[in-house]
Design a protein around this ligand. Structure first.
Ligand code: DCM
Ligand code: DCM
Ligand code: DCM
Ligand code: ZN
Ligand code: ZN
Length: 269
């Protein structure tokens, strides 16, 4: 996701975490503010192009070598790069966030990676190989040239939310999605969002979330295949179909992030 998506997942998660998780993370992250999670949610993107952070650049996605729209699937052995992918990254940083032999600054860093990678794991094109997750696919957005990855990372959410400052927009979006979870369109299904969560097996948990997300590639990202979308204007009917799916993915990411962080903090204590 772009900044809006990540910051929104951070706000949603901070609403659903337990009081003890909130207290622990505020201490670890050195913040007393309500945006203690939102403001670290994009940190992993700010370091991935730095010399120090280069080793994390493949941690944000998994390149599913499937065949949309006929067949969508994720195969860990086939698709996770030797340099790591979002599945192994989430598992590794979960482990580091729990490691009492690491100093607090390392556990804080690990928590920031966990917060970010749960978010990216819910972006459909971060679970797809086609043209590097859509980065090499040129499309139109309001008549201008964009790549498809950017449309899913940022343009769709920006159109939904309208103009404004990013943090207030994300905070407002998070309140809407929290309401839909607590008493709205997601209330009935929200328990099913946690059925695949198995804290004793982070790899299988991340793979289950990845496979669920990757299915959306066949149905909503490339409904007629990766070739057919090239040059298409996406800000109209395509946007109307994609926006509800994207919102659900952001809601799921925030809700699952809270559950995952609660388990980390419960086990660490
Ligand atoms: N980004 C940034 N600085 C960079 C690289 C990316 O702020 N040097 C932001 C803008 C992108 C987002 O990160 O939209 C990409 O997130 P991801 O890589 O998780 O999709
Ligand atoms: N990305 C992806 N799949 C790839 C390559 C990149 O999902 N195979 C994502 C990570 C960033 C964005 O696309 O959000 C741009 O990546 P980069 O700056 O590495 O091209
Ligand atoms: N971006 C940036 N610096 C980079 C890479 C990307 O500012 N080194 C910005 C430009 C794009 C946006 O992020 O508009 C989307 O990239 P994201 O999805 O890449 O990584
Ligand atoms: Zn992205
Ligand atoms: Zn990322």
């Amino acid at each position: 996701w772009g900044g809006l998506g990540h910051v929104t997942t951070g706000y949603i998660a901070s609403h659903f975490v337990s009081n003890s998780t909130e207290a622990y993370l505020k201490q670890l992250l050195g913040s007393r503010e309500p945006d203690y999670m939102a403001k670290v949610a994009s940190w992993a993107d700010s370091i991935r192009y730095t010399k120090w952070g280069r080793f994390t650049s493949t941690f944000h996605f998994i390149d599913a070598h499937d065949n949309p729209p006929e067949s969508c699937n994720v195969d860990f052995e086939r698709d996770c790069k030797g340099t790591g992918c979002v599945i192994t990254a989430l598992a590794n940083y979960t482990e580091q966030s729990l490691d009492p032999s690491l100093p607090p600054w390392r556990r804080a860093q690990a928590a920031k990676f966990v917060i970010h990678f749960v978010g990216d794991l819910h972006q459909p094109l971060h679970n797809e190989d086609a043209s590097k997750g859509g980065n090499g696919i040129h499309v139109k957005w309001n008549g201008r040239d964009f790549n498809l990855h950017h449309v899913w990372d940022s343009s769709i959410a920006e159109k939904w939310l309208g103009r404004g400052k990013p943090y207030p927009l994300a905070e407002k979006w998070s309140r809407d999605l929290i309401d839909e979870i607590n008493d709205g369109i997601y209330t009935e299904e929200k328990d099913t969002w946690l059925v695949d969560l198995d804290f004793s097996d982070p790899i299988e948990t991340a793979l289950a979330w990845s496979r669920e997300c990757n299915k959306l590639v066949c149905k909503y990202v490339f409904p007629e295949g990766p070739e057919a979308i090239v040059g298409q204007e996406l800000s109209g009917e395509y946007y109307e179909n994609a926006a509800p799916i994207l919102q659900k993915q952001v809601a799921r990411a925030g809700y699952r992030m809270a559950a995952w962080l609660d388990l980390i903090v419960d086990e660490y204590k």
